[in-house]
Design a protein around this ligand. Structure first.
Ligand SMILES: Cc1cc2nc3c(=O)[nH]c(=O)nc-3n(C[C@H](O)[C@H](O)[C@H](O)COP(=O)(O)O)c2cc1C
Length: 184
């Protein structure tokens, strides 16, 4: 079965990670999920979802401190990883190869194995440190995909805007989806 790793870090926009997991579950993908400590709190603060619900969306939920997990090794084959949303702290960890937790270690594995790594970086405005970290990750083969809303599609709801971003993430991974209306 095709496998994708999803990381949810402590940034605004956690609903995007939840929607991605819902999509992967519906389409029968094997998903491996890591949620950072602060992201769990943000899920409860920013959305109507319970962390237990989000954990159960994944085929396998991994504790962020479990460096013995399957996904911590390059020998465990996956199609790629998305960190959505990705905080500036987690971005810095990926950019510097500082693999102190499972989320960062797995992202590091994606880069070293030359697999897809998509970071949905959320912060505004950006400092030069943020921009340089994004540059480093891009040079190492990662994809920076900020959750930018599209207005050309004239979205009628927040749900539509969120679906558009999740659709763009899936496009980047090469996963077929009809989550947004394409420009014809
Ligand atoms: C409600 C809330 C929203 C936050 N939003 C952001 C954000 O949008 N971007 C960001 O870089 N950090 C944001 N932070 C700060 C991070 O959570 C903080 O830097 C944390 O150390 C990130 O840790 P993690 O990447 O291990 O989850 C937010 C914090 C809180 C409490």
């Amino acid at each position: 079965m095709l496998k994708i790793v999803v990381g949810i870090s402590g940034s605004s926009g956690v609903v995007l990670g939840i929607k991605l997991l819902e999509f992967l579950k519906k389409k029968g993908w094997e998903s491996h999920l890591i949620i950072t400590e602060i992201a769990e709190k943000i899920i409860e603060h920013e959305t109507d979802y319970k962390v237990e619900y989000v954990e159960k969306l994944a085929t396998k939920f991994h504790n962020n401190s479990d460096l013995f997990a399957s996904i911590a090794s390059g020998s465990f084959k996956t199609e790629g990883m998305v960190i959505v949303p990705c905080s500036m702290k987690t971005l810095a960890g990926v950019a510097s190869g500082y693999s102190e937790n499972l989320l960062l270690r797995t992202a590091d594995v994606m880069l070293k194995e030359r697999r897809k790594l998509v970071l949905v970086t959320r912060e505004t405005p950006l400092s030069m440190i943020h921009i340089k970290n994004m540059e480093r990750v891009t040079r190492a083969g990662g994809i920076i995909l900020p959750p930018v809303i599209s207005l050309y599609s004239k979205p009628k709801s927040l749900d539509e805007m969120e679906n558009h971003i999740v659709g763009k993430i899936l496009d980047t991974l090469g996963i077929e989806n009809d989550l947004y209306e394409r420009w014809e």
